[in-house]
Design a protein. Structure first.
Length: 507
């Protein structure tokens, strides 16, 4: 509240301009319609709330390219990492009821949990995991590529590397949220999905929201995911691994329901006259728990005035044009979500987009909408972002072309059979290399399969059979050998780098 008092004079002046914002909604509609055309976005939806009222909740475009179904305020999108605020809120309700404490070690609720360091195992709390300050690596490819379930994800937490000092640095961690979510569920002896459904979704009457990612595929008004594959934007298949880290990103929702969600948080836990979360636990969630370093360039690009930003529990904490800001983005399979709350202005915006082919547009649209309702001079945020996209695509494509140009006309140094077998890594393995009629393949556990293409020396290129992974996660596997025996390999997939040791051949 102190930050709001400090900004109150500015907010009061800006409210004069904000009273005309509804009159400007037709102009905002025209702006969004133009963005859909310029960016070739299939569909999106937005909601705006202010002073506990829903000013806008509507959709634009279509749910799926090539089909007539229109996006509306009740179209279900992938909220992805917006789930983190829902998970934190469910934990907050348990805190209010005395069934959970922020600063309890998670081992109190998950006694079998082991972390890579004994002191971390003993001391890492619910608050630490909800604010990404454990210092544990992210290791997203561990669950994205391998087809392991959530119990196995939690078992493998013990093999994560410690990459930052405990409680000093934010290391964004979906696996950590899986730990926190299961700890909260264990506190009341239920599953995480049942906890979210009963404690949050049904109580708040979020009628088109589900805590189970897989369930959304069977709902009647659902936005299809899209991505650019081989130069063409197209619908893509839904993810299969979201259950593994459900507390980090399983929620599927609509702008109508998310408008209610924003009202709850802007009202410090009160919705439709009923208090669901205490003021004190709301303040805990919204307060900075760990600092995120900023740079002058970052602050200038986002119009951040304060030099300090951070993460609360389920929310990023910074400012926008000097207005205290809570925000979070979500990046699911072929969809993007963005939510921004200005608590002192009691103003909230959510933008949901059903394609990966429009990077940056979610934040740009949110800024344009915030400016409109705050009474600032209109700025073409989407146009400025659009101008940066060709350079981003060109840089990515040039790297991809360079990697593929390394294909070798000569055979590998060893017979293919020498490379086959099981390769072990405690966190990412087992990984299987097999010989097929077309050549070598690599499979991550029971998950994704790639054809291996020799690129010279000890390097093989991973050509994933899944088109989405092939587009985004192409990389080189570098084998090591002693004499004519292959002993292991090293690889970097996305941001995860690891080595695997070849298992001995049974006698």
């Amino acid at each position: 509240m102190a930050r709001c008092v400090k900004k109150m004079a500015l907010a009061t002046v800006l409210c004069v301009g904000a009273t005309t914002a509804n009159a400007q909604q037709p102009e905002l509609d025209r702006y969004i319609a133009r963005v859909l055309v310029d960016w070739r976005i299939p569909g999106l939806a937005i909601a705006v709330v202010r002073n506990d009222s829903v000013l806008v909740a509507k959709g634009y475009g279509v749910r799926e390219l090539g089909k007539p179904g229109r996006v509306d305020q009740n179209t279900v999108f992938d909220a992805a990492s917006l789930t983190k605020s829902v998970t934190a809120t469910a934990a907050a309700i348990l805190v209010d009821r005395g069934l959970l404490r922020w600063d309890d070690p998670v081992r109190r609720y998950l006694p079998d949990l082991a972390l890579p360091d004994s002191q971390l195992t003993a001391n890492a709390t619910v608050r630490d995991f909800l604010s990404h300050r454990t210092g544990l690596e992210s290791a997203n490819m561990m669950w994205v590529l391998t087809a392991i379930d959530r119990p196995e994800v939690l078992r493998r937490v013990r093999y994560l590397r410690v990459v930052a000092p405990f409680r000093q640095t934010m290391t964004y961690n979906n696996v950590g949220y899986a730990v926190a979510g299961d700890a909260a569920a264990a506190a009341v002896q239920t599953t995480f999905e049942d906890l979210l459904s009963s404690l949050v979704i049904r109580r708040l009457r979020l009628t088109s929201t589900t805590a189970t990612y897989e369930h959304a595929a069977h709902m009647p008004n659902v936005a299809s995911p899209h991505a650019t594959i081989a130069g063409r934007q197209q619908p893509i298949r839904r993810e299969t691994q979201r259950h593994s880290t459900a507390a980090a990103g399983a929620v599927q929702s609509t702008v109508s329901d998310l408008a209610r969600w924003m009202r709850l948080h802007l009202n410090n836990g009160v919705l439709d006259g009923t208090r669901y979360v205490s003021d004190s636990t709301m303040r805990d969630m919204h307060a900075m728990q760990v600092v995120i370093p900023t740079t002058p360039a970052m602050r200038a690009a986002r119009l951040v005035q304060d030099s300090v930003a951070g993460y609360g529990m389920g929310w990023q904490v910074m400012d926008y044009r000097g207005h205290p800001l809570l925000w979070h983005s979500g990046n699911g399979d072929g969809q993007i979500a963005y939510m921004a709350l200005l608590p002192c202005d009691r103003l909230g915006v959510v933008v949901l987009v059903n394609t990966w082919s429009a990077p940056l547009v979610h934040g740009a649209l949110a800024n344009r909408i915030l400016d409109t309702y705050l009474g600032y001079e209109p700025r073409d945020w989407a146009g400025e972002a659009f101008a940066r996209v060709p350079g981003m695509i060109s840089a990515r494509d040039s790297v991809q072309r360079a990697m593929e140009a390394m294909k070798s006309a000569t055979p590998p140094p060893l017979p293919l059979v020498r490379y086959t077998g099981r390769y072990d890594n405690a966190l990412f393995g087992p990984i299987w290399v097999r010989a097929e009629s077309s050549g070598l393949t690599l499979q991550m556990g029971d998950g994704q399969i790639a054809d291996l293409e020799f690129h010279g020396g000890d390097a093989f290129y991973t050509r994933w059979r899944d088109p989405l992974f092939r587009e985004n996660f192409g990389t080189h596997v570098n084998f090591t050998a002693v004499g004519d025996s292959v002993t292991g390999f090293s690889v970097r997939i996305n941001r995860d780098e690891f080595t695997a040791t070849k298992a001995p051949i049974p006698l």
